[in-house]
Design a protein around this ligand. Structure first.
Ligand code: SIN
Length: 326
């Protein structure tokens, strides 16, 4: 596979994660440190990639549980830089699994790229007896060079997922990602992408959305959006505490709140009362569901807007970007 079929260059951006993790004992798949191996060394550990037109850049080297806006800004800038190059077909990002769906959704919403941006990862560290990272990396590079690929995608365990739908659904198994009711976009089989659905790019003409990128690059921080869950005995104390703390420390005042409701977005009445009070104070509130599958199906008009099908982790980012005017 490789240059004959996909002559254009692909750029691998490393950010850390378990794919770059190292354990002191081979066979230890949980007691390792994420973000230890360079993206250059990850690529070198995949012999079939030798000779492919690839470039590697290390953007960060972290456990993705510690992901935040500063790394997202740097990543968005580097992705945009490389996608603007005529000789680059697409970008691959090596990333931890824990917040992969958040980074994917952020880049999707901000950049709206016309070329493919493929996030990949591993559930086992590079030192595992049978690491899953090398195959995932090979598959991601394959997808990034596929002529039908576009937009922000995630590739893991042979599945190709869209940024809007991909979610980590398992804490341990290598096949840890799922696209819920939407299903995966395709799969990678022996170096060939089999598409079930054509990926859609939000912008066909532009490489990335320059206006949105500029707004993100100019921002010092993302608007603060808190995320909480409704549950038995949820009494709204958390909401009132955040507002009280924000009154004393204005920099900590939430601008928005996303609540993962029960079932079809229903909320414990005490939590709902606290959220309505927050909304009356000017905090933007969105209501999603804590169910692993499905969405809040609009029905009886509620006083709290729903997340329009977004899972809470993504709704939090969407609301923060909306509060930035994006
Ligand atoms: C991380 O998210 O960086 C650690 C966990 C993983 O990649 O599976």
């Amino acid at each position: 596979m490789g240059d004959a079929k996909t002559p254009l260059r692909r750029v691998i951006l490393g950010t850390g994660g378990t794919i770059a993790g190292r354990a002191s004992r081979a066979g230890d798949n949980v007691g390792y440190v994420a973000g230890q191996v360079s993206a250059q060394d990850l690529m070198a550990a995949v012999p079939p990639l030798a000779g492919w037109p690839l470039e590697v850049e290390q953007v960060a080297q972290i456990d993705s549980k510690d992901m935040g806006f500063a790394v997202w800004q740097r990543l968005a800038e580097r992705v945009a830089h490389h996608l603007a190059r005529e000789d680059v077909a697409g970008v691959v990002i090596t990333h931890g699994t824990d917040t992969l769906e958040e980074t994917a959704f952020f880049l999707h919403t901000v950049l709206r790229p016309g070329k493919p941006v493929v996030l990949t990862c591993a559930m086992r560290p590079s030192t595992a007896l049978v690491p899953d990272g090398p195959q995932n990396l090979l598959d991601a590079v394959t997808v990034a060079g596929d002529p039908r690929a576009r937009g922000v995608l995630a590739v893991c365990a042979g599945g190709v997922h869209a940024a809007e739908h991909v979610t980590k659904v398992h804490s341990y198994r290598v096949d840890a990602f799922d696209s819920g009711d939407a299903g995966p976009l395709g799969c990678v089989e022996e170096g060939v992408v089999r598409w079930f659905h054509a990926p859609s790019a939000q912008s066909q003409a532009e490489v990335v959305d320059a206006r949105r990128l500029e707004a993100v690059m100019q921002a010092g921080a993302m608007p603060r959006v808190a995320w909480m869950t409704s549950h038995a005995d949820a009494d709204g104390t958390q909401v009132r505490a955040m507002l009280a703390y924000g009154a004393i420390h204005p920099e900590a005042m939430p601008h928005g709140m996303v609540v993962a409701g029960t079932g079809n977005g229903t909320l414990h009445q005490a939590l709902e009362a606290a959220l309505l009070a927050a909304q009356a104070q000017g905090v933007q509130v969105r209501r999603g569901t804590r169910c692993a599958r499905g969405r809040v199906v609009p029905g009886a008009a509620g006083a709290l807007e729903d997340t329009h099908g977004l899972a809470p982790a993504k709704a939090r980012i969407a609301l923060a970007l909306e509060l930035m005017g994006l």
